[in-house]
Design a protein around this ligand. Structure first.
Ligand code: GDP
Length: 513
């Protein structure tokens, strides 16, 4: 933004050149502003923009390179036709109250899955894993317990979880977080399977736990409802197979299906910088088949897939929907919970990332601008209060309790009553400053009945009628049909407003021969 010309600034903020020049007269105290004059001081530019009362799009002026259709962001594809869909494994999240056994359950399940994967029994944590039943069916578990992860993903638009396993310790029963999970599942419309845990403990009271769950509105199987309940011991590995089977039953009921062809879509489950292998993410493909060489974008990160590993670390050639996969080849690390989309070329990936960076920058600039406007607003309020105090101290000292109008009745000096409303305090302040200089005019007084930021209100009209004041509206909305005897003058250029006021003043002055 160094060395931007006045004309370029006007274009960038989409305001007429004369508005900018107008404001510059106040900011820079110059007489004549050449459109090709260069502005060097960022502070001055900022001030001009704020005084102009516009949302500053200055930091995020439209990136000229990005305006063609082909340079747009990518979005998920529209739903696939039903005939393209094939069954996929369910994705399950384990939730429940603290210490009820979520981690233990995941460890046991993961241990079983690793043994089955014959990877030397090394349990590595990659954020998700798959359990294969003897029937050949598979279930994918997200390896981060707790509902924080679940909520974080949903807040980013990723509805990855098909089924929630709610762990309830039989010796403890329904607790605060148990209730939260039930509520969360209901809100998100995700089915629940209850795992009543720690049944190996002598204090275990399964029936009490069930009763409490039903009191929470969970309609349990065997008690007139459909929510499946499995009694387990996560520690001893009891009934884990039954739990997996219950999940498969639920999944069959839901008839979970995905398209296995076309551009890949997925969700990032976990991301890390691996010292040996580099930037790695674990993802779950939700659509299409991921292969080496695919170009992916996720948030503001992109990858050319160099290698794929399954959940036990074996290199694989592809990944289909519902299976966790480790992806190697990210240039930046994508964020957990972000959606992954495949694009057709590296070039496309670059333009998507640029588009997204641009959008993020714009969003930030808007937030910054809001903060600036808020600060300015506070500043103006102080200014107004101080001004009001000055005015009261000066003009009303003599008659602190009398109506203002009275004060002038015995004052023969002609006066113009006015109300000023502006779009932002920057403009209001600038105009008030000019008014102040006229106020010293001893042949005619300016009586500013009221001023402020915002559109013309009923209150303003009322005041105008009472004081026979002219309403000056600077770049704000005014009623199309003002009431009788109320004059509203609308302007969006300061010097035109001042010119009009001068005219009003001269009308009041005794004509000089
Ligand atoms: P989380 O906070 O829900 O992840 O709970 P943890 O998995 O960390 O378990 C909390 C405690 O309960 C640990 O000391 C576990 O060993 C114990 N625990 C978990 N499952 C069982 C179980 O089935 N039986 C018994 N006796 N203890 C268990």
């Amino acid at each position: 933004w160094r060395n931007i010309t006045v004309k370029e600034l006007a274009d960038a903020v989409q305001r007429p050149l004369e508005d900018i020049q107008e404001v510059m007269l106040y900011v820079k105290d110059a007489d004549d502003i050449d459109p090709s004059a260069r502005l060097e001081d960022v502070k001055v530019i900022r001030e001009i923009v704020t005084k102009c009362g516009m949302k500053s799009r200055i930091v995020a002026a439209p990136d000229k390179e990005i305006h063609e259709e082909k340079d747009r962001d990518v979005v998920p594809r529209p739903p696939a036709p039903p005939e393209n869909l094939k069954p996929r494994p369910p994705v399950v999240t384990v939730m429940g109250h603290v210490d009820h056994g979520k981690t233990t359950l995941l460890d046991s399940l993961r241990g079983a899955s690793v043994a089955a994967g014959e990877a030397g029994g090394i349990t590595q944590h990659i954020g998700a894993f798959t359990v294969t039943l003897s029937s050949g069916e598979t279930v994918t578990f997200l390896d981060t317990p707790g509902h924080a992860a679940f909520s974080a993903m949903r807040s980013r638009g990723a509805n990855l979880t098909d089924i929630i396993v709610l762990v309830v310790a039989a010796d403890d029963g329904v607790m605060a977080q148990t209730r939260e999970v039930i509520k969360l599942a209901q809100d998100a419309n995700v089915p629940v399977i209850v795992a009543i845990n720690k049944v190996d403990k002598p204090e275990a009271d399964v029936e009490r736990a069930k009763k409490e769950l039903m009191q929470m509105g969970l309609a349990l199987e065997g008690h007139g409802g459909e929510t499946q309940v499995v009694n387990i011991s996560a520690l001893k590995g009891t009934n884990l197979k039954e739990l997996a089977e219950a999940i498969v039953t639920q999944a069959t009921l839901m008839s979970l299906k995905s398209e296995y062809s076309g551009l890949v879509e997925g969700v990032v489950v976990e991301s890390k910088n691996d010292k040996r292998r580099g930037k790695l993410s674990t993802a779950i493909v939700t659509r299409g088949t991921l292969r080496k060489g695919s170009i992916l974008v996720s948030g503001q990160a992109w990858a050319k897939v160099r290698a794929l590993f399954d959940h036990v670390g074996n290199p694989v050639d592809d990944a289909t929907p519902g299976t966790p996969i480790e992806i190697l080849g990210w240039r930046e690390l994508p964020l957990a919970g972000d959606i992954i989309l495949e694009v057709e070329s590296e070039k496309k990936a670059h333009s998507v990332i640029r588009w997204r960076e641009n959008a993020a920058q714009k969003e930030k600039a808007e937030k910054d601008q809001e903060a600036i406007l808020k600060k300015e607003q506070e500043h103006l309020e102080k200014y107004i209060a101080a001004r009001e105090a000055r005015r009261l101290a000066g003009r009303f000292k003599m008659r602190p309790d009398g109506p203002r109008q009275k004060l002038y009745e015995d004052d023969p000096t002609p006066r113009v009553n006015l109300i000023l409303k502006g779009d932002v305090h920057g403009s209001v302040e600038a105009i008030l400053d000019v008014f102040d200089s006229y106020n010293e005019h001893d042949k005619c007084r300016l009586n500013i009945v009221h001023y402020g930021v915002g559109d013309i209100t009923e209150g303003d009209l009322e005041l105008a009628r009472t004081f026979k004041a002219i309403i000056y509206a600077f770049s704000v909305n005014a009623p199309a049909k003002p009431p009788k005897h109320v004059t509203i003058r609308e302007f969006n250029i300061i010097y035109r407003l001042i010119d009009d006021l001068k005219e009003e003043i001269s009308k009041k002055l005794p004509s000089v021969e």
